[in-house]
Design a protein around this ligand. Structure first.
Ligand SMILES: [Zn+2]
Length: 294
């Protein structure tokens, strides 16, 4: 059995087919279109599906989502600001298919638990740290969805010591401080001249002062958010994926130090925070799993 899987990301869309072993095939990607968003997404899905009969479709989307309405409204897609009816639109394309929909963090958490760093762990917080920050929660072996499907959207935990405005309308969210995009923005304000999170990580590895400070700032904010979330959830393990999480020790050293400084409660002493073992196809794999497990 194979599922068609769709990943609605912050900067790109991806689709592929997923088999029951977590193998991801026929992947196609497009940058998030500036207009005609659904039309281009539909074309990508048609290309991946080809002539095959599609009986199961899993969809993971950057948040916020509304799983009750099957709607997605990622903050970076203005055309979808009011919540685009993604599930109904996919159903028109593949009538009769079993369609399952969740926030991308939930797909990531499921993939990590089945195939990644969280195998055989029942209490997991999976996070993506890239241009934005998202996440998903497995508690006592069960995936937490929440009222509208946004449980685990950890990017909007407020961290102390920061007054950065956030795309959500709030102030001081961890996403506004510690995402790749936010870190680059902060470093540029301090006079750094690069433009991507990858460049910022390389500069920090070379010891460039502003880049090191940016990574310290991001790692500290992430550590505070993770310690808070872990205390709330009584979790064993936090797995972090996403491009900016691959920045190495300049980010991870302050992150681990901060978690250790805050996670003093007896039930948090065993808490582990580790990088994802999965590739950037983890959300697609998890979305496929979501559709296949029914
Ligand atoms: Zn926010």
């Amino acid at each position: 059995m194979v599922a068609l899987a769709l990943d609605i990301g912050a900067t790109k869309f991806a689709a592929g087919t997923v088999d029951s072993e977590g193998g991801v095939h026929d992947v196609r990607r497009i940058a998030v279109p500036e207009s005609g968003v659904w039309e281009q997404c539909r074309e990508m899905l048609r290309q991946v599906a080809g002539d095959a009969e599609v009986s199961a479709v899993g969809i993971g989307s950057a948040g916020p989502v509304d799983v009750r309405r099957g709607a997605a409204g990622p903050l970076n897609i203005p055309e979808w600001a009011d919540g685009f009816p993604l599930v109904d639109s996919v159903r028109e394309l593949f009538p009769g298919a079993n369609i399952r929909f969740a926030i991308d963090g939930v797909c990531l958490a499921m993939a990590e638990q089945r195939w990644g760093a969280a195998r055989n762990v029942s209490n997991v917080l999976a996070m993506t740290v890239s241009s934005g920050i998202g996440g998903g929660i497995i508690s006592d072996g069960r995936v937490l969805m929440g009222r509208t499907g946004n449980a685990g959207h950890v990017g909007h935990i407020v961290v102390p010591g920061n007054e950065e405005p956030c795309a959500c309308g709030g102030v001081g969210c961890v996403e506004a401080v510690a995402s790749g995009h936010s870190s680059v923005r902060w470093a540029r304000r301090q006079g750094w001249s690069g433009s991507t999170g990858i460049e910022l990580a390389r500069a920090a590895h070379r010891g460039e002062q502003i880049a090191v400070a940016a990574m310290n700032r991001a790692g500290t904010a992430l550590g505070r958010a993770i310690a808070s979330a872990a205390a709330l959830l009584d979790t064993d393990l936090v797995v972090i994926g996403g491009g900016f999480a691959q920045s190495g020790e300049p980010l991870w050293a302050p992150l681990r130090e901060t978690v250790a400084a805050h996670a003093g409660l007896v039930f948090l002493r065993e808490l582990r925070v580790v990088p994802s073992e999965l590739t950037d196809q983890a959300t697609i794999a998890g979305a496929g799993l979501l559709a296949l497990r029914e």
